[in-house]
Design a protein around this ligand. Structure first.
Ligand code: IPE
Ligand code: MG
Length: 222
């Protein structure tokens, strides 16, 4: 979800106004998933690297997260949306952790759309966390190193239980992965749009799905 800052700058507004406008794009994309039958949506909302931003911006983003969870919890319950998170949730302010846990609990029985927020997330850190937990099991004598298959490894990632993405949408025209789902994106189709995230609407989401459907996926075969 990139381009909030540039969107705001274009309009002579503070960066936080861009982030606020960006939350509306989330609503549009979630609705488009519900309407088209997309069952998994993962949003890169806040990266581990984003902590380096000025405190004013970080605090504003955390407040937006808190408000989003407050406002959307009941709607998620009603609409069949199940909330998940990936990332080092313990690094978030405790109020955000509590709201996240509450919303995840309240939506735990839902199955229509698995909606995952990546918060304080870094793909490399996720892999390191998995390696450490596997190494611990080996050291304790509970795991044979030869038994570490892709499946076992994936079960130690934050995304355990969530399938690898079919499609990655990157807004604001940037051509990089930026530490997102490094393991999981191996065979993901990539769609880049120049639109800034706050301008990304339903039609853009549908255009990305159309683009995806035109791809020929061979997974290394012929
Ligand atoms: C993405 O927009 C939102 C978050 C990282 C939370 P940016 O804030 O990165 O927007 P630009 O890149 O400055 O335009
Ligand atoms: Mg950016």
């Amino acid at each position: 979800m990139d381009g909030n800052g540039r969107w705001a700058e274009q309009r002579g507004l503070p960066r936080l106004a861009g982030h606020e406008a960006g939350s509306k794009s989330i609503e549009r994309c979630v609705q488009a998933c519900l309407d088209t039958g997309v069952q998994y949506l993962t949003l890169y909302a806040f990266s581990s690297e984003n902590w380096k931003r000025p405190a004013l911006e970080v605090n504003g983003l955390m407040l937006l997260l808190e408000n989003f969870l407050n406002q959307k919890r009941d709607e998620m319950v009603r609409e069949g949306i199940r909330l998940h998170h990936i990332g080092r949730i313990h690094e978030l302010p405790s109020v955000c952790q509590r709201k996240l846990r509450e919303a995840m609990q309240a939506t735990a029985a839902n199955t229509k759309l698995h909606f995952t927020l990546a918060l304080s997330y870094s793909g490399r850190t996720e892999i390191l966390d998995a390696v450490q937990s596997l190494a611990r099991e080996v050291a304790e004598g509970n795991l044979d190193p030869k038994a570490i298959t892709s499946q076992v490894f994936e079960s130690h990632l934050h995304t355990a239980g969530i399938p690898d993405p079919d499609l990655l949408i990157r807004t604001s025209g940037e051509m990089r992965i930026s530490n997102f789902l490094l393991w999981q994106l191996s065979y993901t189709e990539i769609h880049v749009t120049k639109k800034y995230w706050p301008d990304f609407g339903r039609d853009d989401f549908l255009a990305a799905l159309d683009d995806f459907q035109s791809r020929s996926r061979r997974f290394g075969g012929v």
